[in-house]
Design a protein around this ligand. Structure first.
Ligand code: NDP
Length: 253
């Protein structure tokens, strides 16, 4: 049963909220992930930028270095190609760079796939969307849980959607993958709450001005919807110590 809750949109993160925290963000080259990487660094975090387009990650690196002096770690990786071996390699290399500890993991990367009835849905697209939106979250979480367990206060965030909580016509694999995200987050939050300090929650960003939204609703005026900056309060709250006791929640921003 999913009962979404809200975070106070007036939440004011302290300037040093994420000081000393290393936070891996997938899909950090664009949209919400890009904004979050910059925002986290502005609050003291060391971001790890994972994404499939190196040039975009380098641009985010330059922005962060220019604004904060922090030099993020860049991980160019196509999540469609992710398997357990590649994830273990990533975990090993991060372990040496981060002294064995990771404080945050934001599963943000996403693929929209087709907006079409199931009868017309391509199985190839279905598999790609499921691989990026849910399988990669499972594989990456599994590989990084040991590093996160070494943190005294770790936060894992999954990215859901309105159509991951109520099925809607023509959203195909995207909708189904987001339901799966909710399930994975629920069971992980239970498993990890007993033995680690890792909390696990899902976030539905709501309609937000990004390339994905433009592809999903091409007739919509982008100026009529909120930019990613307007929802950073929720991510910062969940990544920092103020949400220490919150786990297993589905959050609407
Ligand atoms: P964008 O399309 O703007 O950004 C998605 C990011 O994910 C991009 O940086 C993209 O890389 C990356 N990505 C996609 N496929 C892969 C892959 N195979 N390997 C690595 N990285 C990949 O989308 P949003 O910022 O809008 O979406 C962020 C999250 O929020 C998604 O999970 C989405 O489902 C969710 N969401 C968004 C809503 C909205 O209205 N915007 C509403 C509800 C949920 P590249 O830049 O190289 O393409």
């Amino acid at each position: 049963m999913i009962k979404p809750i809200k975070i106070d949109s007036h939440y004011k993160p302290s300037e040093k909220l994420l000081q000393g925290r290393s936070i891996l963000i997938t899909g950090a080259g664009d949209g919400i992930g890009k904004e979050l990487a910059i925002s986290a660094a502005m609050h003291g975090a060391e971001p790890i930028l994972l994404g499939r387009t190196q040039a975009k990650l380098e641009q985010v690196y330059d922005l962060i270095e220019g604004q904060t002096g922090i030099q993020p770690i860049i991980c160019p990786l196509d999540l469609e190609e992710l398997n357990e071996d590649r994830a273990d390699e990533l975990a090993n290399s991060l372990s040496s760079e981060l002294n064995g500890k990771l404080d945050g993991l934001v599963h943000n990367a996403g693929l929209l796939g087709q907006r079409t009835p199931i009868q017309n849905y391509s199985a190839k697209t279905w598999n790609s969307v499921m691989q990026v939106n849910i399988n990669a979250c499972f594989i990456l979480s599994k590989a990084l849980i040991p590093l996160m367990s070494a943190s005294p206060d770790a936060s894992m965030i999954f990215t859901s959607s309105g159509v991951g909580r109520t099925g809607k016509a023509f959203w195909g694999a995207y909708s189904v993958s987001k339901f799966a995200v909710e399930g994975l987050a629920q069971l992980l939050s239970e498993e990890l709450s007993e033995t680690t300090s890792i909390r696990v929650n899902t976030v539905n960003p709501g309609i937000t001005r990004t390339s994905m939204r433009a592809a999903a609703a091409p007739a919509e005026n982008p100026e009529s919807i909120k930019p990613p900056a307007d929802i950073m309060y929720g991510y910062l709250y969940l990544l920092g110590p103020d949400s220490k006791d919150m786990t297993g929640q589905s959050i609407d921003l």
